[in-house]
Design a protein around this ligand. Structure first.
Ligand SMILES: [Zn+2]
Length: 245
């Protein structure tokens, strides 16, 4: 069955294809992650070719045929191109990490409306909020991990179920999530968290304003999130954007 649909899309990747076309990975509101071909995109007067740029938010018309690996993009209009992100090194770094998470961890052809809405919101935050890009990203990564089914519980030990709070120290075991110190003794890969780090995790998870944080703490947390994901998703090898920039 084939349908022509108008939907929103965030451009994840683009590569040249044959003489004149491009193939692009899009994160769409309607269909989730899909690959599309943009015919004639490499010719200088192609409007669609210019709009297919990583990060851009577009309204697209796609000719979607089930069972076909690459769909045909028939129209695109620009909603937002995030000029402030594209001109700021730190913002590009963390916005690229957002794109990488989606590209590497969301399955193709599976609609993920909450992730789509959350991603649109976070890109807008990078674009116009005063908040540090790494803090915005850490909050997004926590949300993303939960959305793909690996939520990190922080109220109770994921091993024995005892309550966790910032006064009794806890830590992370990559196979389980957050666990208490007693259970930590039984796990080789246990990493104890300082109070401040645990508090930061709590703020990110429950959308509280993070009052106590510093760059080192956030980097620490991102490192643990990355390892936790690597442990749970064997095909995931980490986020290049965080290390190569
Ligand atoms: Zn425990």
């Amino acid at each position: 069955m084939s349908i022509i649909t108008t939907t929103e899309a965030i451009v994840l990747t683009k590569i040249d294809f044959r003489e004149t076309s491009k193939i692009s990975n899009l994160f769409t509101k309607e269909f989730g992650r899909i690959a599309v071909i943009v015919k004639g995109a490499k010719t200088s007067n192609s409007k669609m070719g210019r709009l297919i740029d990583v990060l851009n938010l577009l309204t697209i018309v796609v000719y979607n045929k089930s069972g076909r690996e690459v769909q045909l993009l028939s129209q695109a209009d620009l909603q937002e191109y995030y000029p402030s992100i594209k001109s700021d090194y730190e913002k590009i770094k963390y916005a690229s990490a957002v794109i990488e998470l989606i590209n590497k961890l969301l399955p193709e052809h599976e609609p993920a409306l909450r992730v789509f809405t959350g991603t649109k919101k976070i890109l807008q935050n990078f674009e116009s909020s005063e908040e540090k890009p790494y803090l915005i990203f850490a909050r997004y990564m926590m949300f993303f991990i939960e959305e793909i089914g690996y939520e990190i519980q922080i109220r109770a030990c994921s091993d024995c179920g005892n309550e966790l709070h910032q006064d009794n120290t806890a830590g992370m075991d990559y196979s389980k999530g957050m666990i208490c110190m007693d259970c930590g003794k039984k796990h080789l890969s246990f990493v104890p968290f300082e109070r401040e780090l645990f508090y930061l995790l709590d703020c990110l998870k429950y959308g509280k304003k993070a009052v106590v944080y510093n760059h080192r703490n956030i980097q620490n947390l991102l490192f643990h999130f990355e390892n936790y994901l690597k442990y749970h998703v064997s095909s995931f090898k980490g986020l290049n954007s965080l290390h190569n920039f």
